[in-house]
Every structure is written in C-alpha cells, then in structure tokens.
Write a protein that binds this ligand. Structure first.
Ligand SMILES: Cc1ncc(C[n+]2csc(CCOP(=O)(O)OP(=O)(O)O)c2C)c(N)n1
Ligand SMILES: [Mg+2]
Length: 377
C-alpha cells in the first residue's frame, strides 16, 4: 500500500530505539599490492619465492617467450597467414603471474589474451598458432587436457569456471578453477552471476580481472562508476583485491594466496590486476583512432618485462650474455613452431561439421555432404 494510504499509526521512534538502529551495516576496503615499482626497485620486502633467482628468471623467460609469440603472431596475421589475433603486449605479467602460481591439477579458463599462461601450463606455441589460424586442433591440447580453450565470447567462461569449481567441491578434490577475464567482461551478467553463485556456494574458484583499462575503444572509466573492479566481489560476499598487474611478483603472490585459501576450503577470491594494453585491441583494430600517443608512450615506462629485468640486473642476477642467450632461445622456439604451423595442411571441410553435435541434425547432414562433394572428397 502506498504510504499515503496507511491507516495504522506508526510507533513513535524514541531516542533509545533510534540509537539501536545501526546507521552502517557494512564497510569494505580494497587492498592494493605491489612489490616492484615501475623502475624495478623493491618497494617492500619481497615474498619468499622471489628470493630464488631461478624462480625469478623462469618468470622473466616466460614473459619474454609470450612477447615473442605475440610479435610472431602479429607478423603472421599481417602477411595473411593467421586469423585475427589479440596481442597481450605489455600485459605479460598477468598471465605469467597467474599460471606460475597454479598447481598442475588446477584448471585454467582463459579469455583470449592469456597465451602466456597457456604456454606456461604446457600448451605449445604450435597449438596456439593453429587455434589463431582457425584450426580447432589447436584447442586439443596434448598437455593440460583439462584446461579450457581460448574463450572469445566476452565473459561466458565465468559460469563455466563456477561449474568446474562445483565439480571439484562435490568430488572433494583439492583443486581450484582459475578464470581470467577483462575489465569489459565485468559488466557482463555472466560474470556477475558467476561471482554470486561462487559466493553462495563458497566454491574453489579464483577470478582474475586482466584490467588493461580498455574494452576495445571503451576506457574503463566509461565501463563503470565504481572506484575499483575488485569491489564487485564484495556484493557477492567474496574477498576482492587489487594488484599491480605489471609486477609479476605481485600477481604471483596474490594468486598463490588466493589459491591456498580456496584449496583449504576458504572459498572464492577476486583479484583485479591493473595493467595496460600497449597495442591495438586486435589486429582488426586501430587504437590511434580513439586514444592518443602520449598516453600510450607514458604507459611504456610501466611495462612488466623491463621492470623485472631492471630488478634482476641491479641485483647482479642477469647480464647481457644471459639476455642474448634467452632471446635466441625463445626466437628459435617460436620460429620452429611457426614453420610447423605453416607446413600443416588445413583440415578438410568435414571438420566444420564433425565436432559440434553428437548426432548431426538432418539439414547439416545434407550441408556436410554438399561440402564434401564440392571438395571432391
Ligand atoms: C559476448 C561478446 N560480446 C561482444 C564481443 C566483442 N568483443 C570482443 S573483445 C570485446 C571487449 C572486451 O574487453 P575486455 O573484457 O576489457 O577484454 P580485453 O579485450 O580488453 O582483453 C568485445 C566487446 C564478444 N567477443 N563477445
Ligand atoms: Mg580490457
């Protein structure tokens, strides 16, 4: 009934009653963590793993490999030998920080800018070239068979991650689903619903927002009026935090902490990794049409690879000879994979039909036959 039609008299609010009514029922705080500043100086004591040169060099190598893969993929696309490709230039610390914190038995659900994480987990550069070249055999990973393939539809893999995590919980397996998506995806219903259910059921899932500040041409300030994306977890009853996404040590440390919590039954976690997309959205985009050069140039000073290299060099852990050896090693790895990719005969037209349905609908049976007849097969 509208208030004007209320006939009952409302009880008087006495001072005593007024005092008993809380004026604030929830408060939240979003923590932010960083270990290395943009110049590569440690701003606070580093976590245990970062005292091991071998571990830091492994993270560095993985970021360099991911960047080399990226450059080759763009070059192949530009010369008509690969499909549309989404580069992760400048964002390498997010996928590498995430994957390096995971256990082999965890499951990764990447979006389309996480090839660094896939490479770390054992997906081969050849498989990635095949996928981006339009050949689905590239998603049939020889290793990490339970990891999900690249997810191009924005955010649709977040509910899948919840399903994976629910399976782990029901089977009492000490495994965690790790789902990475962009800042733009946080406006999708799929992501909000996934967060909500993960919170209600306290599932072992870690969500990572790869916040590169852009969703194609839309800057994050036009994506949401919220101060952070991490706080979207709070409404779902999930802990949310921010990390410097160009500091691989910070990303690794936060994800490792979240994974340990989830594995121990402590439920889900959301990490917003703040990075920057230094390149175009994809090879089908020209970012100079909607953002200016000085903004991008300034962001180059924060990129993750030089940051970790500076730290290693300053600590006497890395030198010119190490760098040259690494560059020739990763170049060889990527070039070899590209050669095999280019020499791989494409699948016949039947591949378009054979893997979507368990039993092909009648009209597609006819189309399949027509395609085979046309190809003379
Ligand atoms: C469901 C869906 N809607 C629209 C698109 C087109 N699209 C591709 S990428 C993108 C923006 C994604 O932005 P963000 O989530 O920030 O990820 P980023 O590309 O920055 O890594 C859009 C709208 C899509 N792939 N899927
Ligand atoms: Mg984005």
């Amino acid at each position: 009934m509208p208030p004007s039609e209320t006939t009952e008299e409302l009880p008087e609010i006495t001072e005593a009653r007024r005092a008993a009514i809380p004026t604030a029922v929830a408060r939240f705080e979003i923590r932010y963590s960083r270990f290395l500043d943009p110049k590569g100086n440690a701003v606070r004591p580093l976590p245990g793993f970062a005292h091991d040169r071998g571990q830091l060099v492994a993270l560095y190598r993985a970021m360099v490999l991911a960047r080399r893969f990226d450059a080759k993929a763009v070059a192949l696309q530009r010369t008509g030998r690969l499909g549309t490709f989404a580069s992760a230039l400048g964002q390498e610390a997010v996928p590498i920080g995430v994957a390096s914190a995971m256990q082999a038995e965890d499951v990764l659900l990447p979006s389309f800018r996480e090839h660094g994480a896939q490479l770390w987990r054992g997906v081969s550069p050849l498989e990635l070239f095949l996928f981006w070249g339009g050949d689905e055999r590239g998603s049939d990973f020889a290793e990490t068979r339970e990891d999900f393939p690249v997810c191009v539809p924005v955010g649709t893999h977040a509910p899948h991650a919840v399903g994976v995590a629910l399976a782990f919980k029901l089977r009492r397996e000490k495994r965690v689903a790790v789902c990475v998506f962009g800042d733009g995806a946080t406006s999708k219903g799929d992501v909000a619903e996934a967060l909500n259910v993960a919170g209600v059921w306290q599932l072992p899932v870690v969500f990572v927002i790869n916040n590169n500040r852009w969703a194609i041409s839309l800057p994050v300030v036009q994506q949401t009026a919220a101060e952070t994306l991490a706080q979207k977890a709070i409404a779902a009853g999930i802990e949310g935090e921010q990390v410097d996404g160009n500091d691989v040590i910070a990303v690794h440390e936060a994800v490792e902490r979240a994974l340990a919590k989830a594995r121990a039954g402590g439920g889900p976690h959301l990490i917003e990794a703040l990075t920057y997309r230094l390149g175009d959205h994809t090879t089908a985009d020209d970012a100079s049409r909607y953002r200016n050069g000085p903004e991008v140039s300034a962001r180059w000073a924060e990129e993750p690879i030089a940051r970790l290299r500076n730290y290693l060099v300053a600590g006497g852990m890395w030198g010119k000879a190490d760098e040259e050896r690494l560059l020739s090693e990763v170049t060889l790895t990527i070039e070899r994979a590209a050669e095999i990719y280019l020499a791989t005969p494409p699948q016949g037209p039947k591949a378009m039909f054979d893997f979507t349905y368990e039993r092909l609908p009648k009209d597609l049976v006819e189309q399949r036959q027509a395609a085979l007849d046309l190809a003379g097969q």
